[in-house]
Write a protein that binds this ligand. Structure first.
Ligand SMILES: Cc1cc2nc3c(=O)[nH]c(=O)nc-3n(C[C@H](O)[C@H](O)[C@H](O)COP(=O)(O)OP(=O)(O)OC[C@H]3O[C@@H](n4cnc5c(N)ncnc54)[C@H](O)[C@@H]3O)c2cc1C
Length: 223
């Protein structure tokens, strides 16, 4: 997948300096060049540092429970009655994957905000949501659902040499995550539904490009 993206960026004139270490930024008012550990100097007009973030929670110490964000229960309530947390800052129990997580994506912030509002209005339901994010690179949009962390099998559909492919992560034949870029709507629609319902799938049929994804469903007895 990384190589597919790298090729796409390269096609748009982006050059990657992989495994390079930045040793200095040079310039007076603004950065005009970057020095690398191997002695080279790269001229530049702008620097974007993708170095990650961590939530600022220190000011909350002593009020609500914090630990990599604000700890909430399945209703997104903190340990202090009437105080909720949603979005990037909320460390919540993911009922689908049965683990705590904190998600830094737009969809999570919107969905949890809406969920908080519903609970506040008296609809006391647990937050149950497939982690999801989308993003765009140049003219491509891609989407990702689920959590591939404990997967044991990866299935590809389409061609990673182009810009239309999907990747499906399974754990003991259960779909746990999916990445979709430039694929038929069927794949986008099925991915979150099947992750939500811990759907068992046939890896073999899922990998058959000409067969619709729906055919990969493995029915459990009684269905
Ligand atoms: C560069 C960048 C690119 C991104 N790209 C994507 C993407 O492609 N797809 C995607 O899904 N997500 C993306 N995200 C993540 C997405 O923007 C966040 O997950 C989302 O904005 C989180 O919403 P939030 O409401 O939880 O927090 P925020 O949007 O951070 O809102 C928190 C608000 O609280 C305010 N605030 C902070 N402290 C205080 C205080 N003490 N008192 C009062 N107000 C306070 C802040 O000013 C801010 O307005 C990106 C984020 C960044 C930074």
């Amino acid at each position: 997948m990384s190589e597919a993206f790298e090729r796409y960026f390269a096609k748009h004139g982006v050059h990657f300096e992989k495994k390079a270490t930045v040793t200095a930024f040079r310039g007076d008012d603004t950065v005009t060049s970057v020095e690398l550990a191997d002695g080279r100097t790269l001229p530049c007009e702008m620097v974007v540092a993708g170095i990650g973030v961590r939530p600022v929670i220190e000011f909350l110490q002593g009020s609500v429970e914090v630990d990599d964000g604000v700890i909430v229960n399945e209703y997104l309530e903190t340990n202090v009655q009437g105080i909720f947390a949603a979005g990037d800052i909320a460390n919540y129990p993911d009922l689908i994957f049965k683990k705590r997580r904190r998600v830094e994506h737009w969809d999570n912030a919107v969905s949890q905000g809406q969920h908080c509002a519903r609970v506040l209005m008296g609809k006391r339901e647990a937050f149950r949501h497939v982690p999801y994010f989308f993003s765009d690179v140049f003219d491509l949009s891609y989407e990702f659902w689920g959590d591939p962390a404990d997967s044991d099998q990866v299935i590809y559909r389409g061609s990673l040499a182009g810009s239309s492919f999907s990747v499906w992560w399974l754990r003991q034949s259960v779909l746990v995550a999916a990445f979709v870029i430039g694929r038929p709507d069927e794949e986008r629609e099925i991915a979150p539904q099947w992750i939500e319902s811990s759907q068992r799938v046939s890896a073999e049929r899922l990998g058959e490009e000409r067969t619709p994804v729906a055919a990969a469903k493995v029915s459990t007895s009684g269905e």
